[in-house]
Design a protein around this ligand. Sequence first.
Ligand code: PLP
Length: 389
Amino acid sequence: MQSSDRSDAIKPFYVMEAVRAAQELEAAGHEILHLEVGQPSTKAPKLVREAAHAALDNNVLGYTMPHGIPELRDGIAGWYDIRYGLDVDPGRIIVTPGASGSCAVAFLSLFDVGDRVGVIEAGYPCYRNDLAVLGIDVVSIPVGPETNYKPTPAILEAHGRLDGLVVASPSNPTGTVLNQAELTELSDWAEAAGTHLIVDEIYHGITYDKPAPSALGLENPNVTVFNSFSKYWSMTGWRLGWIVVPTGLFDPFERVLANLLISAPTLSQIGGVAALEAVDECEANVARYAENRAILLEGLPKAGIDQIAPPDGAFYVWADIGHLLGSHNCANSQELCRRWLEDIGVAATPGIDFDLARGDRFVRFSYAGDAGQITTAVERLTSWCQRTT
Ligand SMILES: Cc1ncc(COP(=O)(O)O)c(C=O)c1O
């Protein structure tokens, strides 16, 4: 028996391979400094854990309506009011099993086989891989230092007609944030071009200078916005997120979710309601990321790693390490990351996942982890990079 051509064609999620390589060495007794993992190292907030304990004892925890429990939809709408001053109708919100679930539901609801959908490179790899497995034509849109690693209408124009465009702000892996003017430009361009604009706001709340504006503040009712409890709320394993659906498209989105997934995990939805109250704990995590970020931004240039995207949000530094390859006999960033792992126990993620064309010369450092580990990693990288071989 054979698997489908589509599933054979889907690329591995290489980030997870980097995580696995680090874990294997760790299991073999090596000390590993983790700058590869793209997730918080903290538990879900205390309020969430308490709510979940109580629900386990008192609640049947059966299926919910496909769009989620009313308390959570109302809570999310309230969150937009408190954090952004935006009036979002809870009736537009569909609760999902994480932003990954949001991607699958949005892509299936908006696009047909053969449609052309743009993804930003460097960008989150699963957009490209999910779209491809659905038979959608993926159009890679490279961005670089010329535009601070952000897409602009002029760049988009060069790629022909697009049925859809997926952007993340803050972005993984670059950390760049689209400001209000940039979001508005993209939205105007998408409206004029008849392109579905999908904005992934999973790293909202994790910014260091000013908050990231939500695409829900745009005067464009056709934008699809999604978010998740994974990052700001430190709940990756709870598999909980949401979509704010464009005007008039609620029914198709809900039909797709209901048939594909029935509903998001009920226990997690109850936890999600409590998470929205756990601001102090979440902000303390962001303060910790800010300290970690400062360690990297001060230390990496001393190691000679100074060509980086503006790290405005999320918890990543996206660095061009092309200049280190030749002097250290490495063919590409995969080899460089393997050498760092084996020589000095520093785990970072090679760029290949995020940028098919140029990822060979980029590395992503995550600073979601422990400050002590990040400090030691920077010291070791500095002495390693100063050696030539
Ligand atoms: C930009 C981006 N979108 C979506 C996801 C998927 O997140 P979730 O855990 O909510 O499925 C991730 C995970 O790292 C991500 O970085």
